[in-house]
Every structure is written in C-alpha cells, then in structure tokens.
Design a protein around this ligand. Sequence first.
Ligand SMILES: NC(=O)c1ccc[n+]([C@@H]2O[C@H](COP(=O)([O-])OP(=O)(O)OC[C@H]3O[C@@H](n4cnc5c(N)ncnc54)[C@H](O)[C@@H]3O)[C@@H](O)[C@H]2O)c1
Ligand SMILES: O=C(O)C(=O)C[C@@H](O)[C@H](O)[C@H](O)COP(=O)(O)O
Ligand SMILES: [Zn+2]
Length: 367
Amino acid sequence: MRELRVDLGERSYPIRIGEGLLGQAGQELLEAGLSVKSPLLVVSDDSVAPLYLEPLLEQLRSAGFRAASCVVPAGESSKSLARFEEIMTRALEEGLDRKSAIVALGGGVVGDLAGYAAASYMRGIRFVQMPTTILAHDSSVGGKVAVNHPMAKNIIGAFHQPALVLYDLDTLKTLPRREVSAGLAEVVKHGLIRDAAFVDWCVRHADRLLSLDPEALGYALFKGCEVKAAVVSADETEQDLRAILNLGHTIGHALEAVAGYGELLHGEAISIGMIGSALLGVQLGAPQEVYLRTREALGKAGLPVSLPEHFDTDRIMEAMMHDKKFGEGKMVFVVPTAIGEVEIRSDIREQWVRDIVERLKREASWP
Ligand SMILES: NC(=O)c1ccc[n+]([C@@H]2O[C@H](COP(=O)([O-])OP(=O)(O)OC[C@H]3O[C@@H](n4cnc5c(N)ncnc54)[C@H](O)[C@@H]3O)[C@@H](O)[C@H]2O)c1
Ligand SMILES: O=C(O)C(=O)C[C@@H](O)[C@H](O)[C@H](O)COP(=O)(O)O
Ligand SMILES: [Zn+2]
C-alpha cells in the first residue's frame, strides 16, 4: 500500500492507495475517527453499486457501523440539485446526525455530489472518499465538492475536505476503456503542471496504463495524488497557486456545459482544453515542443486532441464567461511555459481564445 497525506492542520487526512482496501474499509473508517454510534450513508451510482456496494456495506456492518445507501444514476447529469435533494432525504430518513458520515463510493460524479451533500447536511458532516475511477485520483483529493447548473459546471459547491481517501486499485479492473483514457487526462495534467519527468514516464508507459497494468497504475495514481496533495496543502481554497490544477478547464468546462453534460466525458473535455492551453502557451512564447509533447502525451492515452466540428464557437465563448477564474472583466487562463511548468495569465484576449477554438475544430481527428 502507498500512503500520502494532505497537510491542512486540523483538516489533514491520509490518502491510502492499494489493493484489497475495500475489504478493510470498516477498520480504516474507525482509524479515521468515525463513530459507530451514528449511522453512515454510502452514496454510489447504478453502475458501481452492483459491483461493489453490497461487499462494502457488509464490511462496514461487520466493523459495527450502521450503514444505509443511496444510489443515483451513473453519469454527469447526476451532479444536480435534484440528486442532492434526494441524498438529503435519504440522510434524514436514515437518521444521520452531526457525528455521521457520508461515504462516496464511485467516480468523480459521486464524489463531488456526495461531498457537497456532506458539506451541507446539518451545515457539514464528515465524509470519506472511496474512488473507483482513475480520474477520481484527482476529484477525491482536495475538498472541492459541487453540483452543476445547466449553464455552468461546478457552480454550486463548497470546499469540504474528506476525513480519508481510500483508493482500492482492484475496483479499477472493471472500468470501461473510454473511462480509462478519460481518467488519464488528469494524470497527464498533473505531470504537465509540475513534473516533466512524469510526463515522459506517461508517454513511455501509456500502453501499460491503458491495459490497467496494476504496477504502472499504482505508480501513476500515486504520482498524480502527490502533485495534487502538495498543491492543495499549499493553497486549500484557491487563493492563487491552486488555480494551476485548472489547466485545460476553462475551455474544457465550457465544452462540457455546451454539450449538455454527457457527450464529452470530463477527461475528454479537459484533454481538448489542455491542447487549447498549449496552443495559447506557444502563442505567448513557449517553444512549439510544448504543444507537440502535450498532444503526444494525450494522444497516446487515447484521448481526443481536437474538437468535433459541430460545437458552436459562440456558445463555447459564452459558457467560458462563467468560469470561476473569470473576474474583473478579465479572462484568466492557466498556460504552459514549458512541459512541467505553467503560469496563470490574466491578459488573455478573447479573440486569441476564439481563434484557438476554431483551430481545434479545423484539426478535428477524433480518436
Ligand atoms: N472535485 C474535484 O477536484 C474534481 C477533480 C476532477 C474531476 N472532478 C469531477 O469528476 C467528474 C468526473 O469523474 P469520473 O470521470 O470519475 O466520472 P464518473 O463518476 O461519472 O465515472 C465514470 C463512469 O464510470 C463508471 N464507473 C465508475 N467506477 C467504475 C468501476 N470501478 N467499474 C466500472 N464502472 C465504473 C461510472 O458509473 C460512470 O458511468 C466530473 O464531474 C468532474 O467535474 C472533480
Ligand atoms: O482541485 C482543483 O482545484 C481542480 O481544479 C481540479 C480539477 O481537475 C477539477 O475538475 C475541479 O473540479 C475544477 O474545479 P473548478 O473550481 O474549476 O470547478
Ligand atoms: Zn478536472
């Protein structure tokens, strides 16, 4: 098992990554300080639940917990106020109190939704992240929890740190191929913002990652979580540095919203967004190599590196104006200056971005 720590004073917590962790979840929750006297609510989705929910509930009960569950439909559309309300109702029905916890068993959708429910129920109860996707190495760490509004991604949310991240690598074996690639987008992102050697490693080992080689996957998720934990520990609430984790997200979130939360997976949208950011970087003076290497790393992971032509540029530009980094009338972009290095720029002209979106469409080559 590998272990990392998010260092946030009294809100610090461990990230445990390894095989077979679901089978010791009860003990792990006890060690994280959760009380068996108050009921737990496990939130999952209807693709993950048939695979892992019952074994988890059994394991928690055998450790003395009272555990109920709430299962939402799989997919991005569950990050909604309607599903949030459903969880509140379940929490009330099951008698969750201030010492209770919500356990998120699933990918980033379940983690963000359940986390926001935990942040809000009784003005905040504890929660545990049990990620089951590659992408969720990112979403389970750092405490950003949210649901979407039809006009804007993650616009209703909070910062609420989990008490524990318990990452059982065995659960990743059932991931569909498309979700594997989507998850690798955020893995590569963590290299692109902070660790050039890790980007090289990802390119060299892309085939092993795509075939879910446990050793390669364990290492990649550890490295991704390491970058994420370090950034979050330095700037929990995105006063400055944390914004670098948003590489590719200004364009990416706009694409997800315009596509109606579903056509593009988060990782796919972010991949296209990171290509856009690399083009912007080159325009601002970074070597052409930055664009070429970004494209190679994402392409090798089976990700889209251009935009399907039917996306409407005006609608994308409009959706981008709801980005949380947008302020005082300025577009703010995370832009690479080299592989492994980024800067936050608030001098980005709308026309440059528009031109890049058009170029991404012209170069359409969906994998
Ligand atoms: N909070 C953050 O810091 C943060 C960071 C990155 C992404 N996100 C959010 O995360 C979401 C995307 O997360 P995701 O890519 O994990 O999507 P997801 O949660 O929708 O999971 C992807 C799909 O895989 C299925 N699935 C999950 N685990 C499985 C398993 N082990 N076996 C078989 N199927 C499985 C799910 O049912 C779903 O259909 C987005 O909403 C994004 O905004 C949040
Ligand atoms: O943790 C962060 O900070 C991130 O930006 C990680 C992103 O990968 C993630 O998609 C996050 O939810 C985006 O945050 P938002 O504040 O732009 O909604
Ligand atoms: Zn993301």
